[in-house]
Design a protein around this ligand. Sequence first.
Ligand code: FDA
Length: 299
Amino acid sequence: MSLFNKLVVLTLPFVPKFIVYFFAKRYIAGPSIEDAIAAIKEFNRRGIMATVDLLGEEIENKEDAMAVVHEYKNVLAAIDSKGLNANISVKPTHLGLKLDKEFCYGNIRSLVDEAKKYSNFVRIDMEDHSCTSDTLNLFKRLRTEFDNVGVVIQSYLRRTVDDVNQLIEDGANIRLCKGIYVEPRQIAFKDKEIVNYNFQYILEKLLNNNCYVGIATHDEKLVWNALMMIDRLKLKRDLYEFQMLLGVTEELREILVSAGHRLRVYVPYGKHWHAYSLRRLKENPSVASYIIKHIFFKN
Ligand code: FDA
């Protein structure tokens, strides 16, 4: 990252929220459940699946976590009643991980159980490294009881290959991504090429071991590499899916869908859009630097 882009990333949190929203709104369906449902309907119409994320992360108290559970149950009911092709993605800290691990487990369990009633599925997102072990433990515990739950692994973490070696024994359903949080070098690879090689290595391991993989990247080289693996292994199309974020690389998404691959878009909605938007803008330095230049260097 250039010095200017590093500066941009450091400055973004101080940019007024209304300006961040103006540039980040392409990444978010809107503030309400109706906005998420409308976005899913449109994706489904174009042959694209969705996963719904209620925006928000660490919460202050258990009541807030219960409200999140309630809202996700409404999402599951709406998906079912409208016959949509979508599941949900949840963040453990949003469901109380940092308040009380057992309470968080109970919340995620109740969502997985609810999803099962609708023959639906819950994906547990992966947050920063302070959550990795707890999240994998939650997931492994849920897997003893449910088959409609999956987790996320990040190729930038040094520990991930070891985690994957355990997860494949269970035939886990995995979303594989690079990882988005800023982590220390002791924990995560800093070299982008190593992160990419690790992504390819892990993907091959998962596919070779019959794990269903959500290949979550917009990086065309990784997408190409995945397509080569799929071809080499002669994988049927229902054994994997590509996943992309709302508002990112629509063209690549359409190319994959037109070629007959399953693809799921991550559809975030809700009022707590700020932290998520900052992460997306940091991945998009051209827009982020445009914002900073516009605010600080105009005239
Ligand atoms: P990379 O960042 O190299 O981007 C490749 C190209 O995509 C860029 O060159 C650019 O063209 C385009 N692009 C990427 N991001 C963009 C943006 N915001 N705006 C405009 N263009 C952009 N992470 C995590 O830690 N835990 C998680 O649970 C998840 N979950 C998740 C779900 C899904 C469905 C996806 C697609 C991603 C995640 N991630 C995640 C985020 C992931 O770790 C990663 O940060 C982003 O996907 C960006 O990495 P890429 O692999 O796309 O490569």
